[in-house]
Design a protein around this ligand. Structure first.
Ligand SMILES: Cc1cc2nc3c(=O)[nH]c(=O)nc-3n(C[C@H](O)[C@H](O)[C@H](O)COP(=O)(O)O)c2cc1C
Length: 193
């Protein structure tokens, strides 16, 4: 049997905070799927604010590196806290860079798993919906079969890891669905090829 390389996933968090709950969720998923998928959590701190004067070859080096990683990746895993009932600027900014050139960017047709977190008991859904709208607009493909909103997240993180079994089950379910989508694409490609 030929060796198969695990799917490459890029994780992006909507928070730069050292103790970020969203970062903790991604770090937990990276560990849970180790051996099955290579989840690289991309640091968005070096990504400058989007400026249309610096597209194409003029893109800043950290943006070029991020775009190359997305192009190479089989899928993305986004996890963001809800900020003012929407997407945190850090993540939106990275997605804005990644979405260019419109319709033919590295995001076009890329499968994307999305999750939202909130310390609140009922929040997160608005952030998730806004991520979906943004992802749709760049012609990427949100994995819709499973959704994950981790509410009361502060009570579910211990030592930088998601420890709540129910939430972990939902979060893993979203990644499993993403991996299924990636496998289906590989099968379709092998038929076409
Ligand atoms: C600017 C700002 C806006 C926020 N807006 C919301 C919100 O709309 N809904 C919500 O549930 N939490 C909101 N929060 C609380 C964040 O979800 C909370 O600080 C969270 O822990 C930040 O994510 P992190 O732990 O990944 O850094 C907001 C926090 C900030 C700083």
């Amino acid at each position: 049997m030929p060796e198969t390389t695990p799917p490459r996933l890029i994780g992006m968090s909507g928070s730069l905070r050292a103790g970020s709950y969203s970062n903790a969720v991604l770090a937990t998923l990276r560990e849970m799927f180790a051996g099955t998928a290579d989840l690289v959590i991309w640091d968005l701190a070096p990504i400058p604010l989007y400026n249309q004067d610096f597209e194409g070859e003029k893109r800043p080096a950290p943006v070029k590196a991020m775009l190359a990683a997305i192009a190479e990746a089989d899928g993305l895993v986004l996890c963001a806290p809800e900020f003012n009932h929407s997407i945190p600027g850090v993540l939106k900014n990275a997605l804005d860079w990644a979405s260019r050139p419109a319709f033919t960017s590295v995001m076009a047709y890329k499968p994307v798993a999305i999750m939202a977190t909130s310390p609140g008991a009922q929040s997160g859904a608005r952030c998730l919906e806004h991520i979906k709208v943004a992802i749709d607009s760049m012609m990427a493909r949100v994995v819709l079969a499973r959704e994950c909103i981790i509410t009361s997240v502060a009570t579910k993180i211990r030592e930088g890891r998601l420890v709540d079994e129910t939430s972990l089950g939902f979060a893993c379910g979203v990644v499993e669905e993403l991996l299924r989508e990636i496998r289906l694409r590989e099968m379709a490609k092998s038929i076409v090829d």
